[in-house]
Write a protein that binds this ligand. Structure first.
Ligand code: 0WK
Ligand code: 0WK
Ligand code: BGC
Ligand code: BGC
Length: 941
């Protein structure tokens, strides 16, 4: 007897481990990491194909846009009906979502009921299936005594591929799994549902949104986990969705933000891209399915097919005598006799083998224990491959997200549902392990959607409602910034009236129209070396300009920029001018011209009343300046005294000019048609060549120097001019248009946000037009709007952070960065991040929109003002058509992506008879100041 055992032991030892033969037999189904990485890479390529408009139509992986633009942010609220159709169970639900309380925190209550779907409906007329759905809905309302009168918003989870153009519209691409109703392919299933509900009658339901079950699952899990941006179903069917960057989804308009894409990865391989991984068993499953050639990837993974796969393998092995001594039963030959539930049962830890035995016995097979081990192992290999393939697909999606966001490591959560994942004992662990092995640098969390997808569908509807109401509220908030043509026309008229009044008024006027004592633009004869000092914008600049005789338009120029600290801007006048003198001293050292008493021009970018080219009494500080003992003083004297105090060098300050005048002169040196200077920078202002006879504001006899001798006003400037104005003596007028509205004439367009900015400014009530249009203030206007939207819960989840309450935190330069066209959102988020504002995609979209509205209004207002100025010049010269150039400078005009274009467009529309060329000044106004100095010197020589 002992001998027999020994023999059988050795024989058994000889007789190999039953799993080995299975491993060999199913070698092709046992995928190792390199193969999985290869499949993952192939899937990534398929995703790209699906996303691009060129290759989408032929793509096997459809990458369907879902119009779900954000995951839950906890502010969703409301009561919804929900339908969950397409998985193994058809459910009708009522979902109550309470604001700010995630699912775990009981923020969502649900009541559900599963309604069986009669088999015949699965292959009958599609409209009848939807009839059954709406009847079930009505029954549910009855059962739950939910009033039929009340209008019920409804969310519809529909787990089949649909092409969606909106949240509440989806055209069915095709059925799958065990559904094959007729007559709905290509139809809008939401409309079909609405019609079914109308046919059923007696209930008032508003279908707000239709979502794929993957999307609903992502949303369901996203309510508790803000990192959840992927939805995965391993159920009857299989599929995944994720949040893709909108700019990558060619089929949807817009580059801003993200949108959830339903990959429909079940179709991976339908274009033969997986043929080298397809086994004969897969081909048999596909051939026997009700959609051969379709959903290849799904047929290797999902519950609808796993059991069948195992059956076919076991059948083949039996036929080959590798199992059950080659005996085959009819049951084993019968399709569907081994289900995926059987596969799961076979793999149970403890009872796996027992279950296997029971299952095989039930199939009229008399399995040996080795047979059971072998068949159990077949199940293991089949479901292992399923989880491995799903892991490969998931790895592809997660890598893409990581790349999209330029992250070295990604922290993300995957929301999962589906019977296979939920009921197959080892499936989740295997899937997680392989994903983490394929993506070691990612921190991937898996969350099981423990209550089905309808919660998620309700959340999508809640988000849809929230986004819609948010949209409405943001539009209402920004509406006052969206100026109509009529309003802009009005501003133009008021600007014109202000220009006229300023020229005539002897006393103060809102638009000061300050004579600059610059009578003509340069004529190219200027020569010599001049120092130009440029104070006013964001910095102080000292320049040395050397005009070479006769070298038209060629001046050598050296300059150095110095910052003016805020405490100097708002300290005493003495400190300010001492600081300027110190900078000039440093510059002259740098140029080695300390002892050359250079003729200098001083660009002083503040309103100064001048009585001659070399004096200017500061009327009032603007922008960020508030130095004491300067207003009402001659700034040239203040500078001379500071230089004297320093007693190191001396300057011959020949001229003081406004930066608009300096800019006009600089550009006129290039283009003689330039007779207007525009600054759109920290501040805003414009000057232009006005005809002397229109300057009635002072009895000062222009053309007579103090000493009353005749001033050379008229030497002509060459270059074609608008006919008929050569002889007319002109003078450049610094309009100081920033003051428009100081008399309340803009109160009908000034918004409460502007009022706030004005009140917090250094000069409340002053420079109202400037406070709507210039760099000093636009950031503040945006901040005020963002504050208001945040207080309204429309932004940053309603958290008003200290940062957001900090004046000046939102610099105007951010507007330029935020509004640049490409990649804007990522930039927005990083800028907001830098400001310590954690933002969602939606937040970033709204912030960008606010910036756009504020800067567009500013540019339009400047365009309207410019239209008034060029129209005045045209009428001055009695011309039907005026050709003129505007020299422009200022960071807003030069650096903002849209400001210049909108300004030009507005001016063109409001002054159609003027062809205005805008010439950005190369070297700022310094050269202009030097030119004026040169002209003023020539006169004195
Ligand atoms: C439960 C979800 C449903 C989804 C199903 C998929 O509520 O939307 O379709 O999971 O899993 P299955 O029921 O096909 O196994
Ligand atoms: C550069 C000019 C300067 C002017 C400035 C305005 O040289 O005179 O004040 O532009 O632009 P901002 O620096 O205010 O953007
Ligand atoms: C469908 C998908 C669905 C998946 C999971 C697939 O057959 O095409 O739309 O998400 O099953 O239910
Ligand atoms: C000043 C103007 C200056 C403009 C642009 C305004 O605040 O009042 O004089 O031209 O800013 O710098």
């Amino acid at each position: 007897m002992f001998a027999v055992h020994l023999v059988s032991f050795f024989f058994s030892k000889l007789q190999e481990d039953p799993t080995k033969k299975v491993d060999r037999f199913l070698y092709a189904m046992r995928l190792h990491d390199d193969q999985l990485k290869d499949i993952s890479a192939r899937f990534q390529a398929e995703m790209k194909k699906g996303l691009s408009s060129e290759s989408n139509a032929a793509a096997a992986v459809k990458m369907l846009p879902t119009h779900v633009r954000s995951t839950p942010d906890g502010t969703e609220k409301g009561q919804f009906l929900a339908l969950d159709l397409g998985g193994s169970k058809f459910k009708v639900l009522q979902v109550k979502v309470r604001e700010g309380m995630g699912i775990k925190r009981g923020g969502v209550e649900m009541e559900e009921r599963t309604y069986p779907i009669p088999k015949e409906l699965l292959i009958g007329k599609g409209t009848e299936l939807f009839g059954h759905v709406s009847e079930s809905l009505k029954d549910f309302l009855h059962q739950r005594n939910i009033s039929l009168e009340k209008k019920h918003p409804l969310a519809f989870t529909f787990s089949f591929p649909c092409e969606q153009t909106a949240l509440d519209q989806g055209f069915l691409l095709g059925w799958g799994k065990n559904y094959r109703p007729r007559g709905l392919q290509g139809k809008d299933v939401v409309q079909t549902l609405r019609e079914a509900i109308d046919r059923t009658g007696g209930l008032d339901v508003e279908v707000l949104a239709m979502v794929n079950d993957t999307v609903a699952t992502m949303m369901t899990c996203g309510f508790d986990d803000e990192y959840c941006e992927v939805g995965l179903i391993i159920g009857t069917g299989t599929n995944a969705c994720y949040m893709e960057e909108l700019r990558h989804i060619d089929l949807v308009e817009g580059d801003e933000g993200r949108m959830c894409v339903n990959t429909e990865w079940g179709g991976f391989g339908d274009d033969d891209s997986l043929n080298d991984y397809i086994t004969e068993f897969d081909r048999d499953v596909d051939a026997a399915s009700n959609n051969p050639g379709k959903q290849i990837f799904e047929k290797m993974i999902s519950g609808m097919y796993l059991g069948e796969l195992v059956r076919l393998v076991v059948l083949k092995m039996a036929k080959l005598g590798l199992l059950f001594d080659g005996r085959v039963s009819d049951a084993l030959r019968t399709k569907g006799k081994i289900t995926t539930a059987h596969v799961a049962a076979m793999e149970e830890y403890k009872n796996g083998l027992k279950n296997t035995k029971d299952i095989l016995t039930e199939l009229d097979l008399n399995p040996t224990s080795d047979d059971c081990i072998a068949v159990q192992h077949v199940s293991t290999i089949a479901s292992f491959r399923s989880s491995n393939l799903a892991a490969a697909g998931l790895a592809a999606i997660l890598s893409r997200i990581k790349q999209n966001r330029n992250l070295r490591s990604l922290r993300i959560t995957v929301g999962v549902d589906g019977t296979v994942y939920k009921t197959h004992p080892q499936y989740p662990k295997r899937l997680h392990k392989v994903v983490r092995r394929l993506l070691p640098e990612c921190h991937v969390r898996f969350v099981l959607s423990d209550s089905g997808s309808s919660k998620g569908a309700a959340l999508v509807s809640a988000v849809a409602q929230r986004l819609a109401s948010q949209r409405r509220q943001v539009d209402e908030t920004l509406a006052p910034f969206r100026l109509s043509q009529e309003q802009l026309q009005l501003v133009k008229t008021r600007m014109r009236a202000g220009l006229e009044a300023g020229l005539k008024s002897k006393g103060p006027s809102t638009i000061k129209m300050l004579p600059s004592f610059v009578y003509r633009t340069p004529d190219g004869t200027e020569k010599g070396k001049y120092l130009a000092l440029d104070l006013g914008g964001t910095n102080f600049r000292a320049l040395l300009v050397n005009f070479k005789k006769g070298l038209q338009h060629n001046a050598r120029l050296y300059h150095k920029i110095y910052t003016i600290p805020q405490e100097i801007m708002q300290g005493t006048g003495e400190e300010l001018f001492d600081h300027i003198a110190q900078c000039v001293s440093d510059f002259l050292d740098y140029m080695g011209m300390k002892n050359a008493r250079l003729p200098a021009g001083f660009t002083f970018s503040f309103p100064c009343e001048q009585t001659a080219i070399d004096t200017g009494t500061l009327v009032s500080w603007t922008k960020g300046y508030k130095a004491t003992d300067c207003e009402g003083h001659d700034v040239v004297s203040l500078l001379r005294e500071a230089i004297k105090r320093r007693n190191e060098f001396d300057l011959d300050i020949v001229a003081v000019v406004n930066d608009t005048v300096g800019t006009m002169m600089s550009c006129a040196y290039e283009d003689p048609q330039c007779e207007i200077g525009l600054i759109a920078g920290t501040g805003t202002n414009v000057c232009y060549m006005e005809e002397l006879k229109n300057i009635k504001k002072t009895e000062h006899k222009f053309g007579k120097t103090e000493k009353g001798e005749k001033e050379d006003m008229v030497e002509g400037t060459e270059g074609e001019k608008n006919e008929g104005d050569a002889e007319i003596p002109k003078m450049c007028i610094n309009t100081e248009w920033g003051g428009l509205g100081d008399d309340g004439s803009l109160d009908d367009i000034i918004t409460p946000y502007d009022v706030e900015v004005n009140q917090n400014s250094l000069n409340p009530g002053k420079q109202r037009f400037e406070k709507l249009t210039s760099g000093m203030y636009l950031g503040e206007v945006v901040r005020q709007v963002l504050l208001d939207l945040t207080r309204g819960g429309l932004l940053f989840r309603g958290h008003v952070t200290e940062t957001l309450k900090t004046p000046g935190i939102f610099q105007t330069k951010y507007l330029s960065q935020i509004e640049s066209d490409r990649l804007a959102l990522l930039q927005v988020r990083s800028i907001l991040q830098q400001l310590g504002l954690n933002s969602t995609c939606d937040d970033s979209i709204i912030v960008k929109e606010v910036c756009g509205a504020v800067s567009r209004r500013a540019a339009q207002l400047c365009g309207a003002g410019m239209a008034a100025v060029v129209e005045k010049i045209r009428e001055n010269r009695g011309l039907d058509h005026l050709n003129i150039t505007v020299g422009v400078d200022g960071a807003l005009y030069k650096l903002h992506p849209h400001f210049a274009g909108v300004l030009q467009e507005t001016a063109r529309i409001l002054a159609p008879q003027c062809n205005v060329t805008f010439l950005p000044s190369e070297e700022g106004s310094g050269k202009g100041a030097a030119l004026i100095t040169a002209v003023a010197r020539q006169k004195h020589d």
